[in-house]
Design a protein around this ligand. Structure first.
Ligand SMILES: Nc1ncnc2c1ncn2[C@@H]1O[C@H](COP(=O)(O)OP(=O)(O)OP(=O)(O)O)[C@@H](O)[C@H]1O
Ligand SMILES: [Mg+2]
Length: 270
């Protein structure tokens, strides 16, 4: 169902060693959108996903998935962690890694059916890694490993996909292929949240955006979020170094609006 609330983050504050790295984050994401999570290094993007996945305890606030706690709907979520945080030396073949996407909590010992195996195969094919199915994951290049993790996520057939910088280390053709898969999921009504650090491509890639810098700068349809006021607030003086904002503005010709998103909260389709 498009535009029901898929994800709600309410007044979330989270810390490492008592130092808050997310501060009173509050937004709702409607289903059926491809959403970019943007912000400078250290702005809390990964921490936000970890909180959504209940991988760390928040100081305050809560996260609801389709109005429920994560434990009730865990199998409807799929998470691809940031590359650096994965131990790529664990002994498993490419196929076994993707098969993990077909197991459900509480059902770990069941044997995979042939329909599961088909799904695994189709997912590997989608990311162009079927030919590597019998290789050890540790023996692949960084970009190939990333593609296998994305295949595992696709095999899960979730309703919400959370991916932390999935395009890091993949070549341009693969990036385009993965983006088209993710857009396809969105078109099927799935909700796809992607941490992305490239401002140059962000406006083209996503229809919704969440802009972070410890605090929430803005969340909503990209036209309301991606403007110079918000980007300066998020990136500050680093913006000139990171990207040529002027060029992006000229190229995309997005309307320069005041931060007035509140009135549109919860609706992605105007
Ligand atoms: N395990 C940890 N222990 C202590 N501090 C941490 C830990 N993980 C992250 N931090 C700190 O929390 C802040 C937010 O980190 P986070 O990884 O969420 O940022 P990010 O936006 O994902 O950055 P990047 O773009 O570099 O991936 C940073 O200041 C970081 O140093
Ligand atoms: Mg990160």
């Amino acid at each position: 169902m498009k535009n029901q609330t898929a994800l709600e983050v309410h007044n979330l504050t989270a810390s490492y060693q008592r130092k808050p790295v997310l501060w009173e984050i509050d937004f709702k994401v409607p289903s059926g959108h491809l959403i970019g999570i943007l912000g400078p290094n250290g702005s809390g993007k990964t921490t936000l996903l970890r909180n959504i996945m209940n991988l760390m305890e928040a100081d305050s606030g809560y996260v609801k998935i389709f109005g429920k706690d994560l434990d009730e709907v865990r199998s409807r979520l799929s998470y691809v962690p940031q590359r650096e945080s994965v131990d790529w030396n664990f002994p498993a073949s490419v196929r076994e890694v993707v098969e993990m996407g077909r197991y459900r909590p509480g059902n770990l010992l069941r044997r995979l059916k042939s329909s599961d195996k088909q799904k695994v195969k189709a997912s590997l094919e989608k990311v162009g890694m079927l030919a590597y199915a019998d290789r050890q994951i540790s023996e692949l290049s960084g970009g190939q490993q990333q593609r296998v993790f994305i295949a595992r996520s696709l095999a899960q057939e979730a309703d919400i996909y959370l991916m932390d910088e999935p395009f890091v280390g993949v070549d341009a053709a693969t990036e385009e292929a993965i983006l088209s898969i993710l857009s396809g999921l969105r078109d099927e009504g799935k909700t796809v949240l992607i941490v992305h650090h490239d401002l140059q491509s962000a406006y083209q890639y996503f229809d919704w955006m969440i802009l972070l810098n410890t605090r929430l700068i803005a969340a909503g349809p990209k036209e309301a979020v991606f403007n110079s006021t918000h980007l300066r607030e998020a990136y500050g003086g680093k913006l000139n170094l990171l990207s040529k904002l002027g060029e992006i503005i000229a190229r995309e010709q997005f309307p320069l609006r005041e931060p007035d998103f509140k009135e549109k909260e919860g609706s992605g389709d105007e």
